[in-house]
Design a protein around this ligand. Structure first.
Ligand SMILES: *Cc1c(COP(=O)(O)O)cnc(C)c1O
Length: 402
């Protein structure tokens, strides 16, 4: 049976058309983009074209606002560290409790080693940011506010355009980790106050090890990696040309397919989600209702361990995740669900199903076929479930839209 891949927020398959676009840049067009001879010239032109493809996907005003990086993590670090260097008299960071480890690990390190004041803004039960606390944390000391566009675990979308305006009013820079949003939702940076944005190739059917940082024209920037004059001196090191070409091709495909995908993928996701919630009791949908990425479903099965559910799905040829790839393998509950104050009975039982344009109706059928049985079987062996049942609290439960 064909394996079912529902872990697209962890990584996506590189689109075959992307691979095809990349291949010549390992062989015929191997030149250094910075060389002035014929071998380099063609490559330089191709890199320029890829930058324009990315510019189009982001709705950026200028192609030189895009700096190629090694991925989302590097772009996040470059944005935060640059702001701390360029923002005279400002040394504080405002961010959220539900960011990706690429931000959270960095700011914890800055706090510990430099004494940087970090304001971590919380979310409510649906994963929505506490706007009031965000507004209050912004001050003349804020160097940068960084809020993700879409959460990788629940798909919840944050009002980044509004948050960026608020930061601008306070004289602070605004950065968004948009790794999960780029290619999935329309973006038009030129019409926003967003100063910096991070993205990653492998989350949008591009290759791994390539990403980009958008830096709005006029925003001061200090490079994270110093060296040659590549990327106008903003990121040293010979360009990852095949990666850049692949990212450009992936951006182009994402833009072409976006509208169709948003409907197709969302319809599959909704059918999957509704099917599970209808067939399984005590299942909670995590995240902000319709204000979510079209591809992500995060569902907690009360009184169960999500890892056990995943293990059984894996045996049935279905790949999903508990959420952050960086915390999987440990029994620690996700920092995102913890921040959302999930009931203790649900905290360990969450799984994330993340779809892409490559999924089909058959994939959804397969999951709906096997998942309810897995849950029933595991619950029959779960001491927590049996204790709950024994306590006579059985009933319709709190399944559905919480
Ligand atoms: C995957 C991811 C990253 C990291 O990107 P890499 O290219 O793997 O370094 C950062 N932020 C979010 C929200 C992600 O989902």
């Amino acid at each position: 049976m064909r394996p079912v891949y529902l872990d697209n927020n962890a990584t996506t398959r590189t689109d075959p058309l992307v691979v095809e676009a990349m291949l010549p840049f390992f062989s015929e067009h191997f030149g250094n983009a910075s060389s002035t001879h014929a071998f380099g010239a063609h490559v330089g032109e191709a890199v320029k074209a890829a930058r324009k493809q990315l510019q189009a996907l982001l709705g950026a005003a200028f192609d030189h606002e895009i700096i190629f990086t090694s991925g989302g993590t590097e772009a996040d670090s470059a944005a935060i560290l640059s702001a701390l260097e360029t923002q005279e008299g400002r040394d504080e960071i405002v961010t959220t409790t539900v960011e990706h480890p690429a931000i959270l690990t960095l700011v914890a390190h800055l706090e510990k080693t430099r004494g940087t004041r970090v304001h971590l803004i919380g979310v409510d039960r649906h994963g929505r940011l506490d706007l009031d606390a965000y507004g209050k944390a912004l001050s003349p000391r804020t160097a940068i506010a960084s809020v993700m566009w879409a959460n990788n675990e629940t798909g919840t979308l944050f009002p980044v355009a509004e948050l960026a305006e608020m930061a601008r009013q306070a004289g602070a820079l605004f950065h968004t980790d948009a790794v999960q949003a780029v290619g999935k939702v329309p973006i038009d940076l030129k019409s926003t106050a967003i100063d910096m944005l991070s993205l990653s190739g492998h989350k949008l059917h591009g290759p791994k090890g390539i990403g980009a940082l958008y830096v709005k024209k006029g925003v001061k920037f200090r490079p994270l990696i110093r060296g040659g004059h590549q990327e106008r001196g903003r990121r040293g090191g010979t360009e990852n040309v095949p990666g850049v070409i692949g990212l450009g091709a992936a951006a182009d495909l994402a833009l072409k397919h976006m509208e169709a995908e948003r409907t197709h993928v969302k319809a599959l996701r909704d059918r999957l989600e509704q099917g599970i919630l209808q067939q399984v009791s005590h299942a909670l949908l995590n995240g902000d209702g319709d204000n979510r990425l079209p591809n992500t479903a995060n569902i907690a099965f009360e009184y169960l361990d999500g890892e056990a559910v995943l293990h059984n799905l894996n045996k049935a040829g279905i790949a999903a995740s508990t959420g952050s790839a960086c915390t999987s393998g440990s029994t620690e509950p996700s920092h995102v669900l913890r921040a959302m104050n999930l009931p203790a009975s649900a905290l360990h039982g969450a799984i994330r199903l993340s779809l892409s344009r490559e999924n089909t109706g058959e994939d959804v059928d397969r999951v709906l076929d096997v998942l309810p049985e897995i849950i029933t079987r595991l619950r029959a062996m779960s001491p927590a479930w049996l204790a709950h049942e024994g306590a006579g609290q059985q009933g319709e439960g709190v399944a559905g839209h919480v």
